[in-house]
Design a protein around this ligand. Structure first.
Ligand SMILES: *[C@@H]1O[C@H](CO)[C@@H](O)[C@H](O)[C@H]1NC(C)=O
Ligand SMILES: *[C@@H]1O[C@H](CO)[C@@H](O)[C@H](O)[C@H]1NC(C)=O
Ligand SMILES: *[C@@H]1O[C@H](CO)[C@@H](O)[C@H](O)[C@H]1NC(C)=O
Ligand SMILES: *[C@@H]1O[C@H](CO)[C@@H](O)[C@H](O)[C@H]1NC(C)=O
Length: 354
């Protein structure tokens, strides 16, 4: 019900404000609601907040998938926050799914990252679930025919990337493929960035090997194709976020397309994140722009990266405070087989932005 209202209003809103749009990552709300609803009855699909009707339909026809999709939503939240914990914008607004504040709603660089990560995560989780036998509809990915190298052979279970991409994109792209959908420019942006996320996922597929042979001699190595963890993929996407391209929606050739805003007559590249609206510097609080400011954020006095007190606090300065840390220390190994440790207290100085 809520979604229908949202999308009807969005077309009005898009006309009025040209930027407030109903967005397509509302399914991230499953991180919260998905665990309280058992996925054993198709009628439960309609009680899930944040799903458009095509996604509810997919839920009904692929109930088995919903556990994985719920897990993907949780991973997106956790990974986004971790990847941006050293930045002024720290992804905290993702917790508000399905109703996002403006930093994730306006076609910003930040939303570009979250769309890409969400698309990568859903396909990642499904591909892995195939491998671990959690899904009856799929199993290991196809095995290559050529041997990986002399002394190596294929064995074990490949992550089923093709199935993950197929089902993952069907689900996560569904809101962007709806006919009665908001601004064309935002839709193109979101679809493009989702595809960039899936490209990063594909690029993370690597050959992993295990040694066999008499007493670990490693005379035989069996190998399979496995995906990197989502954290590594998110780091890759963060670099793309930092070098994202601002685009505008204008005619190029026969159709209106997204093209770089700088006078740079080229189509957008398939491996670059794109955004339509510039972001504030996130230094000061401005709720209308989705900026919470960095007051009271912790900063690192010895770092010279984005979490340094200089950058994090935007030159306003910082206040020190001390914190008592309790750690395990003086650990002793006893034969056989346990370890005892003492508890040590240490005072550390920390800093928060003024
Ligand atoms: C679905 O799962 C819930 C909770 O696990 C249980 O109470 C309910 O009976 C199940 N329904 C069916 C149709 O299996
Ligand atoms: C992230 O930023 C918000 C808003 O500035 C702040 O309230 C929150 O404590 C920050 N989270 C972390 C883990 O630093
Ligand atoms: C601060 O940054 C330095 C240098 O990057 C790093 O070694 C240290 O662990 C950081 N301290 C904290 C508390 O994060
Ligand atoms: C800090 O800055 C120095 C010099 O500008 C550079 O060589 C070093 O790699 C930087 N360290 C980090 C952690 O970014």
């Amino acid at each position: 019900m809520r979604l229908a209202v949202c999308c009807v209003l969005a077309s009005v809103c898009a006309l009025l404000f040209n930027s407030r749009v109903c967005h397509s990552i509302r399914w991230l709300a499953l991180a919260r609601t998905g665990s309280s609803i058992p996925f054993n009855q198709t009628q439960n699909c309609k009680h899930l907040e944040g799903l458009v009707s095509a996604q509810q339909q997919l839920c009904r026809s692929n109930l088995d998938l919903m556990q994985s999709i719920t897990q993907a939503a949780r991973e997106v939240k956790k990974t986004c926050r971790k990847t941006f914990s050293d930045m002024r914008w720290n992804c905290s607004s993702i917790e508000m799914a399905p109703n996002f504040p403006p930093d994730l709603e306006r076609g910003t660089r930040e939303s570009a990252f979250v769309y890409a990560l969400s698309a990568a995560a859903i396909s990642h989780t499904i591909a892995r679930a195939c491998t671990s036998g959690d899904l009856p509809s799929c199993s290991c990915g196809p095995m290559a025919s050529e041997a990986p190298g002399p002394g190596f052979r294929w064995g074990g279970c490949n992550d089923n990337l093709n199935y993950g991409i197929l089902l993952g994109s069907k689900f996560s792209d569904a809101p962007m493929k709806m006919k009665r959908s908001r601004s064309q420019a935002n839709k193109l942006m979101n679809l493009h960035n989702s595809e960039v996320g899936r490209q990063a996922l594909k690029a993370s597929l690597e050959i992993k090997c295990k040694c066999h042979g008499v007493s670990g001699s490693c005379s035989v190595k069996t190998c399979w194709k496995g995906l990197q963890g989502l954290g590594g993929i998110a780091q890759d996407l963060k670099l793309k976020y930092l070098s994202a391209t601002r685009v505008v929606h204008r005619p190029l050739g026969t159709r209106k397309q997204l093209v770089p805003k700088d006078i740079d007559v080229r189509p957008i590249r398939e491996n670059e994140l794109v955004y339509l609206q510039s972001s504030p510097d996130f230094c000061t609080k401005n709720e209308k722009m989705g900026s919470y400011g960095t007051q009271e954020r912790q900063c690192n006095k010895t770092s010279n990266g984005s979490d340094s007190c200089d950058l994090m606090c935007c030159g306003r300065g910082y206040n020190p405070y001390t914190e008592k840390v309790v750690e395990r220390c003086h650990c002793k190994y006893h034969w056989c087989c346990y370890v005892t440790c003492k508890k040590c207290e240490r005072i550390v100085e920390r800093y928060v932005c003024k």
